[in-house]
Design a protein around this ligand. Structure first.
Ligand code: FHN
Length: 476
């Protein structure tokens, strides 16, 4: 915990700190988040289940399905929007969309290669679409023959292969499952072109329970029983379902894999952690457990003509920005119908991995910045602040860290294998660190500040926020 020692508020702050400490020693900090977890399990149980995810910080999202076959075009026409929504956007009738299964033969799929790409990028978990809104199961399902083993010439179960590869390489495998939308089903949500009644369906219970009992819950049972321990189930778009229906999607996970996490998109605030909006990064530190799912270009599912790839600088900044605000980054790749992760994605992930191998200490298991002002993006561990320097050269070759009241015990670059001490000069309310002439890391140079105990920040309430101080950071 960081202490923000504002002039004139010392007494209040100390009182709050004391109260918090008292609450912690009483067994649990009374944050709203803890109050929530206490309702169904002890905070320590929740902390134990969340521990790997809080440590991981960086995961790979994979959107892979039949939509990779048309690659964003239908009958020669480019279909606007995200690739995996092609069936909806082009209102493709089910019998026509089903034909894609016969063409889906990802002979280049290699589970070890995918897992290695994630691992080399520094990612610690993989969340893959076991079934997206199109209703096609990318795993062997007995609930319906509309699945990759029974309906495609490929005939293999890639989830099984990925589960084994993840185990070999030490990553957690997690499953995305579209629980409410299923455009292949008359009783699920979404397909209004084949089933016009869906358009006017008012009562969310109408038919949906049948779909749940016949397909969705049996399939969730399958993904929780066929592939060993699963890190988390990532539900999505809980449109028009009732609280009771969401609860059933929670209960089945708790029953079959009690340690498995659930994201908030199961609905009704029932998950273990929050999924931010797609590609949304909060402006300030956000308490609690949350994750930003994000695209590496502008689509989730493969679209051959989407080449709007984010730069390595941008992706690295986003990773740091998210961690500095308390979140996890779930960065997506959209493999082709042949089973290949596009080279542009792999190149970017490799570059991030290179940065992570040097600077991963400033990401894994880190807490958010202690500063409200966000002049620099900072991440933290007990007794340490990692200052991320994206803007190089720093002014006059000096790194200036304002509002730091505590003395710095030692400062050094994470890029320096010898961890040689940098000079630290106190100038009024700032700590000034002379920096090397050229950036040790062209993307983000990380300076570690070590303290005796927890550093005290003295940030006046009137201190400007990041957008006023460093608008150029907004370019990302
Ligand atoms: O509709 C989906 C979309 O296709 C994609 O899966 C994203 C990922 O977060 N979730 C939904 C939209 O928020």
């Amino acid at each position: 915990m960081f202490v923000n020692d504002n002039a004139g508020t010392n007494g209040i702050v100390r009182l709050i700190v004391l109260l918090l400490l008292a609450a912690i020693t009483a067994g649990c900090a009374q944050t709203p988040q803890h109050a929530k977890c206490e309702q169904r399990e002890s905070c320590s149980d929740k902390d134990r289940r969340m521990a790997w995810w809080r440590e991981a910080k960086f995961g790979m999202f994979i959107h892979w399905g039949l939509y990779a076959v048309p690659q964003g075009r239908w009958k020669g026409e480019p279909i606007p929007g995200i690739g995996e929504w092609i069936m909806y956007r082009a209102e493709i009738p089910i019998p026509e969309y089903e034909q894609l299964a016969k063409q889906f033969n990802p002979v280049k799929f290699n589970a070890d290669e995918w897992v290695r790409i994630a691992k080399d990028a520094g990612m610690k978990y993989i969340t893959i679409t076991s079934k997206h809104h199109d209703g096609f199961a990318m795993f062997h399902s007995k609930a319906t023959p509309y699945n990759i083993v029974d309906a495609t010439p490929f005939g293999r179960d890639p989830m099984k292969e990925l589960a084994e590869a993840c185990r070999r390489h030490g990553l957690r495998l997690c499953f995305y499952y579209s629980h409410a939308q299923d455009w292949h089903e008359p009783d699920a949500v979404g397909n209004h072109w084949d089933f016009p009644k869906e358009k006017g369906r008012k009562d969310p219970k109408e038919g949906f329970d049948d779909y749940m009992d016949r397909k969705a819950l049996p399939q969730v049972r399958e993904i929780l029983t066929q592939y060993g321990p699963i890190g988390l189930i990532w539900y999505d778009t809980p449109f028009r379902i009732t609280k009771q229906q969401s609860e059933r999607f929670v209960e089945i996970v708790r029953e079959l894999q009690p340690d498995c996490l659930i994201n908030s998109r199961v609905g009704f605030d029932l998950g273990d952690y929050g999924s931010e909006g797609d590609n949304r990064i909060p402006d300030a530190v956000r308490p609690g457990d949350w994750e930003t799912p994000a695209t590496i270009n502008d689509t989730w599912g493969f679209k051959a003509y989407d080449r709007n790839w984010k730069s390595v600088d941008d992706l690295t900044f986003k990773l740091v920005d998210i961690v500095s605000k308390g979140g996890n980054y779930l960065l997506n790749v959209g493999p082709t119908a042949e089973g290949v992760i596009p080279k542009a994605s792999v190149d970017r992930l490799r570059a991030i991995g290179k940065w992570m191998r040097v600077n991963g200490e400033s990401i894994y298991g880190c807490g958010p910045t202690p500063f409200r002002t966000l002049i620099h993006r900072c991440t933290t561990k007990p007794g340490k602040i990692y200052v991320h320097v994206f803007e190089y050269p720093v002014v006059d070759k000096k790194l200036v860290i304002r509002y730091l009241k505590s003395d710095v015990k030692k400062a050094y670059l994470l890029a320096d294998p010898w961890r040689r001490s940098l000079d630290v000069i106190r100038e009024g309310d700032a700590v000034v660190i002379p920096m090397p002439d050229t950036a040790p890391d062209p993307v983000d140079t990380v300076v570690v500040l070590e303290f005796d105990g927890q550093p005290v920040i003295d940030e006046p309430a009137s201190a400007p926020t990041a957008s006023a101080v460093a608008p150029e950071l907004k370019r990302h």
